[in-house]
Ligand binder design. Structure first.
Ligand code: FCB
Length: 479
């Protein structure tokens, strides 16, 4: 077979996150996270689903690792649940940590590189009760938790990621309220974002102090969900302005402090007069914070699904012509995740996945080139990319050609970026298996492996079998 090859050391993986697959929410001393609480809020999750059981990965882990091996995965991206390791944000719970120790050993024995994320959104509820990410102290609690994970896994895990998509933690959690903890408090998302970044910086500092360097085979980074933001109508000044503003609140609010050591001036102008508990930027961004946050990274994780094309309000547009209108959402009201709101997302005419997300692989190439050109980004790993589909099992198989094509097109887009000089070193498909998709519960399937939630039977979909071949061949098939 002729292939379009990847570099010989390219990392092929699949990703998942603790809360979305583990279940066992009361096992071995674990206590509630903000998501356990949020799933109990009426209307917060589609069909009232909870992740109490999810994929039972906590109990089925060895079987799931065997499946990864069967699929030729070189790496598995997982997250550690803070409320298992330090229930209620309190003392270390050895029994909870043991699960990740066993998982690590199982992966290493299978020849699969563990790719660990410290925070994929499951803050202990007790810490949210003390202010959550709008409280600066949470960054210090994060450091404490992260170091207790490092104490136990630092010898065996080489790749450490502080946060997954802090944009979602901050702006979906504290501005929109569509995610836990469900707060709809405007510019609170900006304050939360800064404290998430501070937690990241504190960990990087300590990680280095403990000898965590590439020379010692250890790497630290963060995963963002940066995207391409382009005006819906480039001829309209208000759309161009909306795109600038969104680029600020989606991309630059994280990329600038991490990679340039500053916050852009337009962010503070855009939030003028919007104070969270009376705090101005200079109140929550303290001396020394930006130096910590901008310490050099060994890699940048990029999660990419779709671009954004905002149109400024007021706008004459039919509700059916807005993206997202073709799927059912959880009924609890939410605000725009962008402080100040004022935008909608009309269809641009691109095809969409069953999630009603527009498909644009070329935007991924443009995004990667921008990260290189504007930021001189460190080596990049695509830590999430994939598609939701309404999959069904027929005669023991799932024919998800749409997902396979989505992944294939995006892998070509990655190679296109690499051809243009971007240093991309790996690709993790989202997700290893169907799982609890946040406010959409179990209705949205993203896995390359199908999960029957009644029987917990796992069925590799056609996309998984295809992905396994691509990983083995280390290249994309060419016709
Ligand atoms: C990302 C999340 C991941 C999953 C995918 C579909 O925003 O990091 O947990 O929900 O979207």
């Amino acid at each position: 077979m002729t292939t379009r090859p990847f570099p010989s050391d390219f990392l092929w993986g699949a990703a998942a996150a603790a809360y979305q697959i583990e279940g066992a929410v009361d096992a071995d001393g674990r206590t509630a996270s903000i998501w356990d609480t949020f799933t109990r809020v009426p209307g917060a999750i589609l069909d009232g689903h909870t992740a109490d059981v999810a994929c039972e990965h906590y109990d089925r882990m060895p079987h799931d690792v065997a499946l990864m091996k069967q699929l030729n995965l070189g790496s598995y991206r997982f997250s550690v649940a803070w409320p298992r390791v330090r229930p209620d944000g309190g003392p270390v719970n050895r029994a909870g940590l043991d699960f990740y120790s066993r998982l690590t050993d199982e992966l290493l024995a299978a020849g699969i590189t563990p790719w660990l994320t410290l925070y994929h959104w499951d803050l202990p509820q007790a810490l949210e009760d003390r202010g959550g990410w709008t409280d600066r102290d949470t960054a210090h609690r994060f450091l404490e938790y992260a170091m207790s994970v490092h104490d136990v896994l630092g010898d065996r895990v080489d790749s450490w990621t502080t946060h997954n998509e802090p944009w979602c933690s901050a702006f979906m959690g504290y501005t929109s309220g569509g995610h836990a903890p469900g707060r709809r408090e405007g510019v609170a998302g900006v304050v939360a974002a800064h404290h998430l970044l501070l937690g990241h910086g504190l960990f990087v500092e300590e990680f280095r102090r403990r000898g965590g360097t590439p020379e010692n085979g250890k790497a630290v980074g963060i995963t963002l969900n940066p995207t391409v933001v382009e005006p819906f109508d480039p001829a309209r000044e208000d759309d161009v302005e909306a795109a600038r503003r969104l680029d600020g609140f989606h991309n630059r609010v994280f990329l600038d402090p991490l990679l340039l050591g500053k916050y852009a001036d337009d962010l503070s102008l855009d939030t003028e007069g919007m104070l969270f508990e009376g705090r101005r930027w200079e109140d929550f961004v303290q001396d020394g914070d930006l130096a910590l946050i901008s310490a050099p990274l060994d890699f940048l994780g990029v999660n990419y699904y779709h671009p954004e094309a905002p149109a400024a309000l007021p706008r004459d547009v039919e509700p059916d012509d807005l993206l997202g209108s073709r799927i059912q959402h959880s009924p609890r009201p939410r605000e725009s995740p962008y402080p100040g709101g004022g935008v909608v997302f009309p269809r641009t005419g691109r095809p969409t996945t069953d999630r009603d997300w527009e498909i644009d692989p070329d935007a991924l190439t443009r995004l990667l080139v921008r990260l290189e050109q504007d930021y001189g980004a460190p080596p990049i790993y695509i830590t999430e990319n994939g598609a939701m589909a309404d999959d069904v099992v027929v005669d023991g198989a799932v024919h998800d050609l749409g997902r396979q094509q989505f992944i294939e097109q995006h892998l070509h887009a990655v190679l296109d970026a690499m051809d243009r000089g971007v240093d991309v070193r790996g690709y993790f498909v989202w997700s290893l298996m169907d799982n609890f998709e946040w406010s959409y519960g179990f209705a949205h399937r993203f896995g390359i492996v199908h999960v029957d939630y009644d029987t917990q039977v796992r069925t590799p979909k056609d996309s998984a079998l295809w992905f396994a071949e691509v990983a083995a061949a280390n290249g994309l098939p060419l016709a």
